[in-house]
Design a protein around this ligand. Structure first.
Ligand code: NOJ
Length: 446
């Protein structure tokens, strides 16, 4: 067995998000978010679960940071709950909410763990949703105002900023299929949400530059490595369409390439044209410092006229994970190579990669060997992509601990640390010990 060593200075971390771990949904004057509303509506979340308590991290952050330190994490990605700090989205600022993130950031820095702050990980203040949410263009300035507040308050201690987490998922699943908050099903609303989300990203980048703060800012997108099911020209074309709809739609404008023609035409033909005004594309293309890459799997693609988009998912050929997608460890290196080539070798942080593995606690241990095997494969692939020239500087595993997996409630476990949701006990899984070794060695067994 060889040791695949990562470049010197490569950073190892883990990621979480506010609504998935914090709990304390009605404490210290926090306002409601769309996920509070959505998860309390019957039939929306599996088993009727919600994030009212989640991992109770709001009260247990010190213990959780001690765990991070035990693992040797060098950086930690978390998100701020917008409605905790600005309960109605704009206007009144809640000092108690801001103070929580002060405490969190200071405790991380005390342990030598570098914070990476996501401004928006899906928990929109309900008050803004009541005005139309992402479909209303006014959200762009609301988001810029919120971003400015955080830059001012935390910019002396936080230097890595992520504007949006996975606009693909919150726009399409929140506004089109409706399986996530706010649970809307409308193509015109989706088109507006997509454009306004990217515009909000651009405005936040501009606000960051205007703040004069030192540091770096970028966007995190959701990705799948698309693979043609065969090599006929028809299938190859279909695979490019899948990339247009799911990948280029959210990266192209950020890199000054505009929206893919295929996607613009699809929306326009359905009375759902993207509401692009003069100057918008320049705002969205405000230069960023890095690209955040989230990736969990691959998807085989074939041509199809079923949905009017020209492609569909081909049947899986690899074993399926507890989330229903394929165990495809090669996908991370493949995607990183692809995105490196497509967008001119951006600096990349893997802001999320991980494994859903529901192995249970047994005899005081969680032997999640499947997670270890797949993570090892993902990291070996990533190492290969770096050797081929990709500029990847950090890797954040999703997730530090089992948490609220959105519409799946607590039924899907992604953590390196086991969370007992009844007692809030945390138990390090075998994968946590393994990951601590990866960090110590700055490398993975090949
Ligand atoms: C993507 C999302 O950013 C995160 O919130 C989610 O829990 C993980 N992937 C796992 O599905």
């Amino acid at each position: 067995m060889t040791m695949l060593e990562f470049p010197q200075g490569f950073q190892w971390g883990a990621a979480t998000a506010s609504y998935q771990i914090e709990g304390a949904h009605n404490e210290d004057d926090r306002g409601l978010s769309i996920w509070d509303t959505f998860s309390h509506q019957p039939g929306r979340v599996m088993h009727g679960e919600n994030g009212d308590i989640a991992c109770d991290h709001y009260h247990r952050y010190e213990q959780d940071i001690a765990l991070m330190a035990e693992l040797g994490l060098q950086t930690y990605r978390f998100s701020v709950s917008w409605s905790r700090v600005i309960p109605f989205g704009t206007g009144h600022v809640n000092e108690k909410g801001l103070a929580f993130y002060d405490r969190l950031i200071d405790a991380l820095l005390d342990r030598g763990i570098e914070p990476a702050l996501t401004l928006y990980h899906w928990d929109l203040p309900q008050a803004l949703q009541d005005l139309g949410g992402w479909a209303n263009r006014e959200i762009v300035e609301a988001f810029a105002g919120y971003a400015r507040l955080l830059f001012e308050r935390y910019g002396d201690r936080v230097s890595r900023w992520i504007t949006l987490n996975e606009p693909l998922i919150f726009t399409q699943f929140g506004h089109r299929s409706g399986v996530m908050a706010p649970g809307i099903r409308s193509l015109p609303v989706t088109a507006r949400a997509v454009h306004h989300a990217l515009l909000a990203h651009g405005r936040a980048v501009q606000a960051f530059r205007e703040s004069g703060r030192e540091g770096e800012i970028g966007i995190t997108n959701a990705n799948t490595s698309y693979e043609p099911a065969d090599d006929t020209p028809e299938t190859l074309r279909a695979t490019e369409l899948a990339r247009d709809f799911d990948t280029r739609l959210y990266h192209g404008p950020v890199y000054g390439r505009g929206y893919p023609e295929s996607v613009l035409a699809y929306y326009a033909a359905r009375d759902a044209a993207l509401p692009i005004l003069p100057g918008d594309l320049e705002v969205i293309a405000a230069p960023t410092d890095f690209l955040g890459v989230n990736l969990y799997s691959r998807q085989r693609i074939e041509a199809s006229d079923d949905r009017g988009v020209g492609y569909r998912n081909a049947p899986p050929t690899l074993p399926l994970l507890d989330m229903g997608y394929e165990a495809a460890p090669h996908a991370l290196g493949d995607f990183v190579r692809w995105v490196t080539k497509e967008y001119g070798r951006p600096r990349i942080y893997i802001t999320e990669n991980g494994v859903c593995d529901n192995t249970e606690l047994a005899g005081g241990r969680v032997d999640d060997q499947l997670r270890i095997d797949l993570l090892r494969g993902f990291l070996a692939g990533l190492h290969g992509a770096i050797a081929d020239g990709a500029d990847v500087r950090a890797y954040y595993q999703w997730s530090l601990m089992d948490n609220f997996e959105w519409a799946f409630g607590y039924s899907k476990r992604f953590g390196m640390v086991w969370t007992d949701f009844a007692t809030q006990e945390r138990v390090k899984k075998a994968s946590a010990e393994w990951y601590a070794g990866v960090i110590r060695r700055n490398g993975v067994e090949g």
